[in-house]
Design a protein around this ligand. Structure first.
Ligand code: AMP
Length: 432
């Protein structure tokens, strides 16, 4: 019986393979990941790695049971020990848990943590929205001041600047504190109740269970209705409003383009005060490339001290895909600087030891054994090697090799005793 395996939907492949989309090339990911890591280090962040799955209760408690993520999108299963576990749908709850359980709060200073890796949400897949996706995220724990909000938003914008990604002005809003939000939710519910006949069945559910989520509605009719809805900023408590105004002033002085979107709430229930989101015009419906906010009460929910915190998360697939759309430059994957074509047992031995010495010097080098020289040179072309060198017993006897520059076809002779130092010198001159 023929056995067929369903197609892998999230393969990242080496450059030049048939992946369909350029952004699925692993070398592009290395470049972006490297930029993200460097940015995090420049801003004083250290990496935290948390497990791929956690107790389901962590996410229910952290993200909120009525959020779309928890109520509909988690990959939840019961393990052999009858524990309910879930693949992580986002990073903040796990980082907060790790922070508390890892004893990091006992040091009493603020902490900057970043993470990078796969996340899972069972949502309707479409371009830019995947069931397995990757995020780079940063969490700053222990400082309530608006200068931290500014610093984090600046860091996010700096990431796009370093990657040459063009973004729209950062959307920002304030959700106020728990009491002011409650008052707002009360008014919003009243407003929505008066218009129930205009809501979709999903909208009605949201209006009842979690009216804030209604602000995320993508339905054109509901969006129209929202134009007349009460504004979150009008309900902000005095301190949150002051915090927000200081942040806006800092963004203005810091030349960070932003716009106030008084209906921005974002999909996770733990936010308080500042929320922000970054969109691009080049990705169609799924155009958010990053976002975040303050979550001042979250740590206490996990048994930690009541430390204020703020963070962001960036969707890596979307970044790579927008970089492809906008033609942002990405260094190509490394190719062999030199490719040896050994012929004969003695030559094999010689080439293996030369390859080892070159690789120890971080010079990408390769060898190929083919039936004919022309086949070997064809492979050298396919691998985009810079130069090819044939080494056979005759070359070893005569102590000279012939070197072919693959792009120009130019040939030259090099003495065997000088070959290693010659290649090192060439690499230093034009290989890097
Ligand atoms: P969130 O954790 O929902 O605040 O999302 C942060 C960022 O992750 C978004 O701005 C997107 O760039 C990205 N993202 C969220 N969900 C997905 C998904 N299902 N597929 C791809 N990227 C996603």
């Amino acid at each position: 019986m023929k056995f067929s395996i369903p197609r892998g939907t999230f393969d990242l492949l080496p450059e030049g393979m048939k992946s369909g989309q350029k952004w699925r090339e692993s070398s592009r990911w290395h470049f972006v990941e490297e930029q993200m890591r460097q940015l995090a280090f420049d801003y004083g962040y250290q990496e935290v790695r948390t497990p791929i799955f956690e107790y389901t209760s962590l996410f229910v408690r952290g993200i909120g049971e009525h959020s779309d993520i928890v109520s509909k999108e988690m990959y939840t299963f019961v393990d052999k020990g009858s524990r309910s576990l879930s693949l992580r749908p986002e990073g903040t709850a796990s980082v907060m848990r790790a922070f508390v359980q890892g004893g990091m709060q006992s040091r009493g200073v603020f902490r900057k943590l970043f993470y990078m890796g796969p996340f899972f949400r069972y949502d309707r897949p479409q371009s830019g929205r995947y069931r397995q996706f990757h995020q780079f995220g940063a969490e700053m724990i222990g400082d309530p001041l608006p200068i931290r909000d500014f610093e984090l938003i600046e860091m996010l914008c700096e990431l796009y600047r370093r990657l040459n990604v063009k973004i729209s002005p950062v959307k920002i809003n304030s959700l106020g504190n728990a009491q002011s939000r409650e008052a707002y939710v009360h008014h919003l519910r009243d407003y929505l109740s008066a218009h129930l006949d205009q809501l979709t069945p999903e909208g009605r559910k949201r209006a009842q269970n979690n009216p804030l989520r209604f602000l995320d509605s993508k339905d054109p009719k509901e969006r129209e209705l929202l134009k007349g809805a009460p504004s979150l900023l009008d309900f902000c408590d005095h301190e949150s409003r002051l915090h927000f105004d200081i942040l806006c002033g800092l963004l203005e002085k810091g030349n960070i383009p932003f716009c106030i979107d008084s209906q921005l709430v974002r999909g996770l229930d733990y936010y308080s005060r500042t929320v922000f989101e970054v969109d691009t015009e080049d990705l169609g419906a799924q155009n958010a490339v990053g976002g975040g906010g303050r979550y001042d009460g979250l740590l206490a929910k996990f048994g930690g001290s009541d430390l204020p915190s703020i963070g962001f998360a960036v969707g890596m697939e979307r970044i790579l895909s927008v970089m492809e759309c906008q033609g942002c430059e990405i260094p190509p994957a490394p190719v062999p600087f030199v490719l040896f074509i050994p012929k004969g047992e003695q030559a094999d031995q010689y080439v293996l030891s030369l390859l080892y010495r070159l690789r120890c010097q971080h010079i990408p080098s390769e060898m190929v054994a083919a039936k004919t020289l022309s086949k070997a040179l064809q492979i050298a072309n396919q691998l985009r090697a810079r130069m090819a060198i044939v080494i056979g017993d005759r070359e070893l006897e005569e102590r000279r090799v012939c070197l072919k520059e693959m792009h120009s076809g130019a040939k030259s002779e090099v003495g065997i005793s000088d070959l290693f130092s010659f290649l090192i010198q060439r690499w230093e001159e034009d290989g890097l």
